[in-house]
Design a protein around this ligand. Sequence first.
Ligand SMILES: Cc1cc2nc3c(=O)[nH]c(=O)nc-3n(C[C@H](O)[C@H](O)[C@H](O)COP(=O)(O)OP(=O)(O)OC[C@H]3O[C@@H](n4cnc5c(N)ncnc54)[C@H](O)[C@@H]3O)c2cc1C
Length: 302
Amino acid sequence: MLDDILTKPGPHISFEFYPPKDDAGLNRIYEAIGNLSRFVPDFVSITWGAGGSTIRKSLEIADHVTNQIGVLCIAHFTGLGMKKKDVDELLGELKKRRVNNILVLRGDIPHNMDREEAFHDGFEYASELVKYIRSKPKNDKKYLGILVAGCPEGHPEAPTLESDMNYTASKVREGAQGIVTQLFWKNDFFYRFTDEMKSRDIHVPISAGIMIMTKAKMIKKIIELSNCFVPEELNQAIKKYENDDASMEAYGIEYATRQVQDLLNHGFRRFHFYTMNRAKPVEAIILNLADSLCECRGVNVS
Ligand SMILES: Cc1cc2nc3c(=O)[nH]c(=O)nc-3n(C[C@H](O)[C@H](O)[C@H](O)COP(=O)(O)OP(=O)(O)OC[C@H]3O[C@@H](n4cnc5c(N)ncnc54)[C@H](O)[C@@H]3O)c2cc1C
């Protein structure tokens, strides 16, 4: 059961992958997941294209990770554009493949759709989807684990931070067992987020979403999409290493190592790494912090 995994002694680490475009990419992510499994993660999560664009691929990967690689897999599950019957069918498919844990999301509205089109026939908010799924006894937490997303800086569409924190808390009240956060590059946002949850009497495990900056071009795109705060130090690095991926990656690893160390120093022990389908940068960070992330759990990585 998901609760058993989330509440075992930490630190807790997990890795996120997305469905690659071709078979070569698929083999590469399976190899990457295999390599990262030596760190004994809680789970590997697989993203899901909102509106159904990657459903088949996501199902296939979740199946492979669960049944061939043997690592617990959490399938992301977006509500945008899905009818209740689609939700029931897809959950059935996941369970048939022994994928019994999901990360429930609203999903990002595709660029070629307007809001009305995106939601007229589906779930407008992740909380509605959690509520619907939990309304069925077969989806009780004994049989289906549910995580949800949280935005330490507030969701970009939310009118106020306060309202977004209230809605995030409501997803837990509807039955989610943990929160995985959006990426952030200033830890104060995460500390504030956990305080906001506590003040709403939400005490489920919260994993810090860690994104490693490995290519200046990619980071610029992520910043544009997520609207997240960029510390001046990082801005400078993006400019400096615009055409030097190797130095950008070395800096990104060093920055993320410092970020995770600071979170550990503040007593936080749950880390969800956005791998961007690459094992190497994440491995480097974990090895930099091997004593605090692995050895103390009895996981020998030397
Ligand atoms: C860890 C993580 C993994 C992700 N994986 C994927 C993925 O695989 N596929 C994908 O497409 N996207 C993914 N996303 C992106 C996510 O879909 C977007 O951030 C999306 O814009 C919001 O999703 P949500 O589940 O947080 O939405 P919600 O919790 O529904 O919130 C969306 C907005 O609606 C507001 N809101 C919520 N409830 C109400 C209400 N009752 N009334 C009024 N306003 C309300 C919130 O404040 C917020 O502004 C991921 C995000 C994270 C953090």
